[in-house]
Design a protein around this ligand. Structure first.
Ligand code: C2E
Ligand code: SIN
Ligand code: SIN
Ligand code: FE
Ligand code: FE
Length: 378
């Protein structure tokens, strides 16, 4: 007997390495074949530590909502989804066109008339929400809803499979960083803060039209940013934790941490197939190039201007801002005002000036991050 290999047909490519956005579009195309009323699918993710929801991926003709985040407490209906763990059907979005939330208004204004929202979970952990929208009002009958539940489950599994795997890999690296190199309880919060400054800057740049960014890339930038100094695992403690200024020889060793970082990522990629993780090139760029400066005077490769990827320029600003405002074995914590003044001096020649301006303008968001992730002693 001969084996017959059947193609998955409609869902072909779903499990290939590709962006989440692409996977969602494959699912949407399959769904459209027999449920023509589904005009848009989108997924938003939950940041449990900040209690905010951020846009992640979408499929559909238009894109009413990007680079958007919302406190979950400001959205009673999404809070209910999380609490009740049950989907929610809205048959007439017109009712919401003067709603209090920017996101609901934008969806309604775009001409969508019904909406079905399904919460995603990893066990007890709330991961986010899948939205199905239709231009028709009363677009979803019971039979359709049953099927949408299955598709939502498929999307939930994709996120679990892929995004949670990346999160676990990052978590393992973060623990290694804490264990091996830093005997310093502040490190964890430094990493949490700088990841969120990076996300904040990226969202604003994207809103202003920065072409290299979308919500999915921003989410991965947020995930990978804490690993920028992974190479410090290779720096001896007596240098890393030195209370004073480094001498020339020590500085030479310290500066190798970015090249070591890239080597670590590449080695692991070879051994366990890190390439299977989406957007891993972002991590490679960030770890290797976060100390490059736009005037070409940075290290290790003296890259200039656009040779430094935008995600790396963002992380550089976030890292320096947090390094300045934190206590280090070799320095005191600066005030936000002093740190921003220093960043303004570096803007243009060393750092991306737009990124610096965003930190200046988003004072409140910056303070909110600092409040959530305070250091014990500063
Ligand atoms: P880090 O502590 O995470 O600092 C990251 C970056 O923040 C630094 O990159 C630098 O660009 C900026 N930064 C931190 N503190 C200051 C400051 O007081 N003034 C200014 N203008 N910028 C500051 P950089 O210089 O490439 O240093 C990389 C890493 O080398 C630092 O990471 C830190 O771990 C270590 N390092 C740098 N200088 C010293 C030092 O004097 N003593 C010790 N023990 N370590 C140092
Ligand atoms: C979305 O559809 O992307 C989220 C907005 C909402 O309907 O609450
Ligand atoms: C620290 O010195 O507390 C952490 C350094 C870093 O991760 O940039
Ligand atoms: Fe570094
Ligand atoms: Fe750092």
């Amino acid at each position: 007997m001969e084996d017959i290999f059947v193609s998955n047909g409609l869902l072909d490519g779903l499990y290939d390495a590709a962006s989440f956005d692409k996977k969602l579009k494959i699912i949407h195309r399959a769904l459209k074949q027999h449920l023509d009323a589904i005009d848009r699918i989108s997924v938003i993710l939950y940041d449990a530590r900040m209690e905010i929801l951020t846009t992640f991926i979408h499929s559909g003709r238009d894109n009413p909502l990007s680079f958007y985040e919302c406190k979950i407490e400001k959205s009673p209906s999404l809070l209910q989804l999380k609490k009740l763990k049950k989907p929610r059907l809205v048959n007439d979005l017109d009712l919401f066109s003067d709603g209090e939330n920017e996101h609901t208004r934008k969806i309604a204004d775009q001409g969508y008339h019904s909406s079905y929202s399904v919460p995603m979970f990893d066990g007890e952990n709330f991961l986010g929400v899948v939205f199905f929208n239709s231009y028709q009002s009363h677009g979803f009958d019971n039979k359709i809803l049953l099927e949408l539940n299955l598709y939502a489950q498929l999307i939930n599994s994709l996120i679990l499979n892929k995004l949670q795997a990346t999160r676990m890999m990052v978590g393992a690296f973060k623990s290694a960083l804490n264990l091996v190199s830093y005997k310093d309880p502040e490190t964890g919060n430094h990493l949490e803060r700088m990841a969120r400054y990076s996300r904040l800057i990226a969202q604003e740049l994207a809103r202003d039209g920065e072409p290299g960014l979308n919500d999915e890339i921003i989410e991965h930038l947020f995930l990978f940013a804490p690993l920028h100094d992974i190479g410090k695992i290779g720096i001896p403690d007596n240098i890393l934790l030195k209370p004073g200024k480094l001498d020339d020889a020590e500085w030479k060793v310290m500066k190798t941490h970015s090249a070591i970082g890239r080597d670590i990522i590449d080695t692991i990629a070879d051994q366990i197939g890190l390439e299977a993780f989406e957007h891993i090139h972002l991590l490679r760029n960030i770890s290797e190039s976060h100390h490059e400066t736009i005037d070409g005077q940075g290290y290790p490769n003296q890259l200039m201007n656009d040779e430094i990827a935008i995600e790396t320029q963002i992380v550089a600003v976030a890292d320096i801002f947090d390094a300045l405002t934190s206590k280090r074995p070799y320095k005191k914590a600066w005030t936000n005002e002093d740190a921003l003044e220093e960043l303004q001096k570096l803007a243009g020649a060393k750092l991306n000036g737009d990124c610096v301006n965003i930190l200046l303008q988003k004072k409140q968001a910056v303070e909110e991050i600092q409040k959530r992730f305070q250091d014990e002693s500063n």
